[in-house]
Design a binder for this molecule. Structure first.
Ligand code: GUN
Length: 282
């Protein structure tokens, strides 16, 4: 039987509608949640992502600033800007779009952001909180995946979750969030031997490798949940890491690309920014 398709797009729309109400209530209390997005350079994909983030903020009535800096901006200039934003009480969330140019250390930039305004959840303090099972800002894509699973009534407790990918943005944090919810977690990556022997064991298979077509139906256990985090352009068309057509014949649930995980990432960024505003104005 073909899998049930989990559309993040619809869920994202529903959640953003709820957030719009939440922002309106905060406005009545004189609180205006505000996100500042900083982009350095001219990468077209990054520019399109940040425009999407800004549009989504505005749609729910949230204030948002986009600061566009030239490729030549020095690390010190960027650090100075972050320090100013940290001090600015009208700013609740700060996001520096990654990747940054090579002459700038992404880790230094991430660590310069006030952990209370780190709506990406990348600061080591927030990563440490997540590691130790505390509430904090969770990275947006992993958090979005957890919300999708929850809303689809998929209980992860005791399930074997296999993750392909070990990036700091997705692979590692999604594994941690699943572990925090009592899943048994296996991480696979580019050096893993016999990938299929691992993926075939997965009750929940999360694919975040950035390799189109890496996973197909033959990698998937009957009845597994397949979450495709891949965002690849093949012949100008957006495609995931999973061969949707073959995998959907084996899986119980599957996310498509586009309209799957992607729209949830921005939604959780909005959620984190509202949370940051509430924490300051408690
Ligand atoms: N680049 C790609 N994804 C992300 C993200 O979630 N946050 C930031 N800051 N940069 C990114």
């Amino acid at each position: 039987m073909a899998a049930e398709v989990i559309y993040g797009k619809q869920l994202a729309e529903d959640l953003r509608e709820e957030m719009k109400q939440e922002v309106a209530v905060l406005h009545e209390k004189g609180v205006h949640p505000k996100l500042v997005v900083v982009i350095i350079g001219e990468d077209p994909a990054s520019k399109s992502y940040v425009k999407g983030k800004q549009r989504a903020s505005e749609k729910i009535g949230m204030d948002s600033d986009l600061i566009e800096l030239s490729e030549e901006t020095s690390e010190q200039e960027l650090l100075d800007l972050i320090h100013r934003l940290n001090q600015d009480d009208t700013v609740h969330g700060i996001l520096v779009q990654l990747p940054v140019p090579e002459h700038i250390s992404d880790q230094k930039i991430i660590e310069a952001i006030d952990p209370g305004k780190d709506v990406d959840g990348f600061h080591p303090e927030n990563a440490g909180r997540m590691l130790t099972g505390q509430d904090t800002f969770f990275p947006c894509t992993p958090y979005g995946i957890m919300v999708m699973l929850e809303r689809a009534d998929i209980d992860v407790e005791g399930k074997h979750a296999v993750i392909i990918g070990r990036s700091n943005l997705v692979g590692k944090p999604v594994g941690q969030l699943l572990l925090n919810k009592n899943a048994t977690v296996t991480h696979c990556h580019s050096r893993t031997k016999d990938l299929k022997s691992h993926t075939k064991q997965a009750d929940i298979l999360i694919v975040a490798a950035g390799r189109p077509g890496l996973v197909s139906g033959e990698h998937v256990k009957e009845g597994a949940v397949v979450i495709d985090v891949g965002v690849n352009r093949v012949d100008g068309k957006l495609t995931g890491d999973v061969d949707f057509e073959s995998a959907k014949e084996v899986a119980s649930h599957i996310t498509p690309v586009p309209k799957g995980v992607g729209p949830m990432t921005i939604t959780m960024l909005l959620h984190n920014t509202i949370k940051a505003a509430k924490q300051i104005h408690r």
